[in-house]
Design a protein around this ligand. Structure first.
Ligand code: NAD
Length: 490
């Protein structure tokens, strides 16, 4: 069994009150690890350590900060196999996914921000004659980062990469359910040579450790990824010291298939959109919106594909879908099947645990497809599982009306062979990200985030560097003669 402490000031330490968390294996519910459970006092000492490290770290040259991030990317790559396995055991993501997506994306993100560190240049706005005005991007100080359980390792890249490149020190609180890859990353951060205190990781519960971090007076910014309900609480807690807040919240991705789409590509891409990572993705394409002329053919092929997905032990290289990450979450997803049925929905496949006895003790659900109306609860609320609704439309206007009829606005997609329609619909979709003839594409250079109840702020790209810095405008009187505003004889 794995045992791990909190990572504070470059050391693994026990929680001050000695509390621990049990980490369970989602494949069989067995105890996988015991990890120290950080409480409010542990957050305080992590914030103090970050505060002590900040003056020196923020004055380190940006090129040196970049070099450390690039070294970390290399070290993660050298340990890729072990990290992929650890992530699979802890989260239930199939090994195929963690090997081909989670770990390489983490490496790519640290590498991107390693390269970005010394390119985040200031600028010279036009100024009146005789004046020089320059603008620098300064780090914020100690930043708090609260992370959900669906992509723990990858989110380390998304959050630590830009925060450190911009010269901040970080206190991260991973999800209480899946802290293992983040704690292993701390060892690699140490190996890369980051000074103590620059990165601190305190696993713990949201109501204790998370709440203290969000309300801490010495934390200058909170970057939060999680549910919209918790996001609202974070905003309220941040008010005490008016800290900056970045929110990456829930989604209810629309996935529109037009009658001129390549149906084979659309069926495959739509299956990836919802079933990858057991549907536990904020950008999952969880609402299929099909043109009535192709709906029957699409549904037949899609249901056949969904019911053929190999569900099982995430460590089996043949597995295409693993268990959900927690028993409680599985119960929540299954509840939505009943909610949909109660509102007149029709179950097309799935909706229950797999019958394979090897899955009996794990948190498994079969890939689930349900017909539902656009205003049904199941079409409006985030299910966050391998669960997709099917609705039909008869024209473009109606497709957009259905797609935009939720409070969320994170990612949406469409399948068409009409170029003008692709641009037209992309423009009209209310979402932070749009995919055409593909779904769920992300890259470290491309801003990631939503609108409406999906939050505000952006991860990745240049925009993430701005999220983690503040502009300072400096005015110099070079040779300006400033007439006295209150002229008096001298
Ligand atoms: P959650 O909101 O329950 O928890 C997220 C994190 O917040 C966890 O670390 C948790 O411990 C912490 N937390 C919980 N209550 C807190 C509180 N009162 N104060 C401070 N911290 C608190 O979400 P979850 O169930 O872990 O994750 C699933 C949600 O995350 C889904 O809604 C999903 O859409 C969203 N998500 C969004 C994005 C995005 O980029 N937009 C990405 C991934 C997941």
């Amino acid at each position: 069994m794995i045992e791990r402490g909190l990572y504070i000031d470059g050391q693994f330490v026990e929680a001050l009150d000695g509390a621990t968390l049990d980490v369970l294996n989602p494949h069989d519910g067995e105890l996988l690890a015991q990890v120290s459970e950080g409480g409010p006092d542990d957050i305080d000492r992590a914030v103090e350590a970050a505060g002590r490290a900040f003056p020196k770290w923020s004055c380190t040259s940006s090129a040196d900060r970049g070099r450390l991030l690039l070294r970390l990317a290399d070290i993660i790559e050298a340990n890729a196999e072990e990290l992929a396995r650890l992530e699979s055991i802890d989260t239930g993501h199939p090994l195929r996914d963690t090997t081909m997506l989670d770990v390489p994306r983490t490496v790519a993100t640290f590498r991107y921000f390693g390269g970005m560190a010394d390119k985040h240049e200031g600028y010279l706005p036009p100024a009146d004659a005789g004046f020089l005005n320059y603008v620098t991007h300064e780090p914020i100080g100690v930043v708090g980062q609260i992370v959900p359980w669906n992509f723990p390792l990858m989110f380390c890249g998304w959050k630590l990469g830009p925060a450190l490149a911009a010269g901040n020190c970080a206190v991260m609180k991973p999800s209480e359910l899946v802290p293992l890859s983040t704690l292993r990353l701390c060892e690699l951060i140490d190996e890369a040579g980051f000074p103590p205190g620059v990165v601190n990781v305190v696993p713990g519960y949201g109501q204790r450790a998370g709440a203290r971090l969000a309300s801490h007076p010495q934390v200058g910014k909170i970057s939060f990824t999680g549910s919209t309900a918790t996001g609202r609480e974070i905003v309220a807690m941040s008010a005490g010291n008016v800290k900056r807040v970045q929110l990456e919240l829930g989604g209810k991705g629309a996935n529109i298939v037009f009658d001129d789409a390549n149906l084979t590509a659309a069926v495959n891409g739509s299956a990836f959109a919802i079933f990858h990572n057991q549907g536990q993705a904020c950008i999952a394409g969880s609402r299929l919106i099909l043109h009535e002329a192709v709906a029957d053919e699409f549904v037949e092929k899609f249901v056949a594909l969904a019911s053929s997905i190999r569900v099982g032990n995430p460590l089996n290289p043949e597995t295409e879908m693993g268990p959900l990450t927690s028993a409680q979450h599985r119960g929540r997803v299954l509840d939505y099947v009943q909610i949909a049925l109660d509102q007149g929905g029709e179950l097309l496949t799935g909706g229950r645990a797999p019958q394979d006895p090897a899955c009996a003790n794990g948190y498994y659900i079969e890939p689930t497809v349900m017909r539902a109306k656009a205003r049904d609860r199941v079409s409006q609320e985030e299910v966050f599982g391998p669960f997709v609704t099917v609705t039909t439309f008869s024209n473009e206007e109606e497709a957009l009306e259905i797609a935009n009829a939720t409070d969320y606005g994170l990612g949406s997609g469409l399948w068409t062979s009409d170029l003008s329609r692709a641009h037209r619909v992309a423009r009209s979709l209310q979402a932070g990200m749009v995919w055409v003839n593909c779904y769920k594409r992300v890259g470290p250079g491309s801003p990631f985030g939503g609108i409406g109840q999906s939050g505000y702020g952006r991860e990745m790209g240049f925009e993430a560097m701005h999220e983690y810095s503040q502009s300072k405008s400096v005015w110099i009187n070079v040779d300006a003669r400033i007439p006295a505003w209150y002229p008096r004889p001298s």
